[in-house]
Design a protein around this ligand. Structure first.
Ligand SMILES: [Fe+2]
Length: 252
């Protein structure tokens, strides 16, 4: 097994059926860039489509045809679990019932994807059952460097909107992560902008959206979730045995 692992994290693609293929083209560009960097795996951290519609998932499925590396999907608050299961039957790592949580085992870094969406809600929540699953899953490989992936940022970003619609009760996640020092990164999306934080001992990287960037509203009177001209993109997480994990923003 190689001493290097490159994970392309592509998030909040918000593929639509009525935008002349603009969002899908950005997703395809991100995947082409991931191929240029010779990513070992590509992980989509939620909000794959914009409106949970069947035609959007069909557009997503077309955009994801022939990925340049093993491809893994996670749901965000704009996704519907059953549509993901039905439209991607070849993605056998997706559980056939319940939360779409799973562990990717075949690389030198373990990636544990945690589905913490709440159907019909914008915020996220790690349930007691989800926390127990995560604890047991992390305990199964205590000596392997591990990235935990979710959709909602698990720390306050000080944005007036996103602090209300982030991961609620993130203390539960913090208590689980704290038990597992081999968790070297937590990665997520949702905020449509790059941000960095921490949960327990683990640095948290918030990936941007490939589709659009939000500004931040820190004070009353500032526009809430304004779309900005900031660059969209994705994150390349590069791990080596001796050097640990470096996370790079790649603009598209
Ligand atoms: Fe999103």
């Amino acid at each position: 097994m190689s001493g290097r692992f490159l994970l392309a994290q592509i998030s909040d693609t918000h593929v639509r059926a009525d935008d002349q293929g603009v969002a899908a083209a950005k997703l395809k560009k991100a995947m082409a860039q991931a191929a240029e960097y010779r990513a070992d795996a590509i992980l989509l951290t939620g909000d794959l489509v914009n409106d949970e519609r069947a035609e959007e998932y069909e557009a997503l499925s077309r955009a994801l045809r022939d990925p340049p590396a093993p491809l893994y999907l996670m749901p965000g608050n704009h996704d519907e679990r059953s549509r993901l299961r039905d439209l991607f039957p070849s993605h056998t790592y997706l559980p056939r019932a319940g939360a779409l949580s799973y562990a990717i085992e075949q690389f030198p870094v373990r990636v544990v994807a945690v589905d913490q969406i709440v159907p019909g809600e914008t915020y996220g929540l790690l349930t007691e059952a989800g926390a127990e699953w995560l604890d047991q899953t992390l305990a199964a490989a205590p000596h392997k460097p591990t990235i935990v992936a979710l959709h909602h940022p698990p720390f306050p970003t000080h944005d007036l909107l996103f602090d209300n619609i982030g991961l609620h009760d993130s203390d539960l996640l913090a208590r689980v992560i704290a038990k597992h020092p081999h968790v070297m990164r937590v990665i997520c999306g949702h905020h449509h902008r790059v941000a960095f934080g921490q949960i327990a001992h683990a640095p948290v990287v918030v990936a941007p959206s490939t589709s659009w960037a939000y500004g931040i509203a820190m004070y009353p009177g500032q526009p809430i979730a304004p779309r900005t001209d900031e660059q969209t993109g994705w994150m390349l997480h590069a791990w080596t045995e001796r050097g640990g994990c470096a996370s790079h923003f790649i603009g598209i």
